[in-house]
Write a protein that binds this ligand. Sequence first.
Ligand code: HSE
Length: 314
Amino acid sequence: MRKNFPDRKNRVTVRVPGTSANCGPGFDCLGLATTIYNYLDLTLIRSDKVVVEASGEGAEKIPRGRKNLAWQAVKKLLEVTGHNEFKGAIIRMKNHVPLSRGLGSSSTAIVAGLTAANEIVGSPLNRDELLKLATELEGHPDNVAPAIFGNFTVSVMDGGEVQTFSFRPRIKLKLVVAVPEFELSTRLARKVLPKKVSRADAIFNISRASMLVAALVEGREELLPLAFDDAIHQPYRKKLVPGMTEVFDAARKAGALGAAISGAGSCLIAFTSAKRGHEDEIAAAMVEAFKAHGVESKALILNVDTRGAQVMHK
Ligand code: HSE
């Protein structure tokens, strides 16, 4: 351990993007980072005390003290890197990502805690190593990978190990997200899924997920209308998101290339491009279609974040 370590600055602020997992057919493996951000200011302290302050989206629901997810991530990073001189932390969270809506809010907390603690202790871990820890904490890689790397990500689990390919799409995607007022727990949204899928449904998804990645890598926008559909999770989650199919149809009718549940929901996300446009019309159509099913929602128009988790240098 460095002798002069106690003199280091023990405080840092990080910014982490909200994410959208699955992107339709890429269940548990595709994800993208969006331009909506959570901020976390971390001070590591030597006393055995954890203080959490939160403001913004869902602030009242965020656990304070040792149950806080960002603290769990900080603790993990300190354990793995052997920095047991720090026993506690002061954590200030400023959140813009809606909570429990399928925009990766829990991943932002995990990635922010890991990134901030890693920075304070001198960056012993690289982004691949942070991804490994984040995946262990989150249970699956499809939100934490884009939160760390930004852009569009393809993640593969091999045993317990994760490997991610992150790339910047050659199409300037525009994301229209309808955020309903109700929350949906990932646990419930996973419980409704069948344990097995048919070969036909597997082929349906493999072909579309492959087409989606190929079209984004090569900039072939004309192939995208085929590429956002899914047969292995959305049909089962439909009952948890009133109006899902109608909101998808409304988005397409208003000009979207396709639409999907964002992560495990409850948000629905439609995709268009800067060239194609119609973001405002798509947003209005989605909100209206939700309303027709008794669901109030607000729309966000976002871009793909290209940077991932960032340490904010003043
Ligand atoms: N791939 C996961 C799911 C995302 O759809 O259940 C949850 O954040």
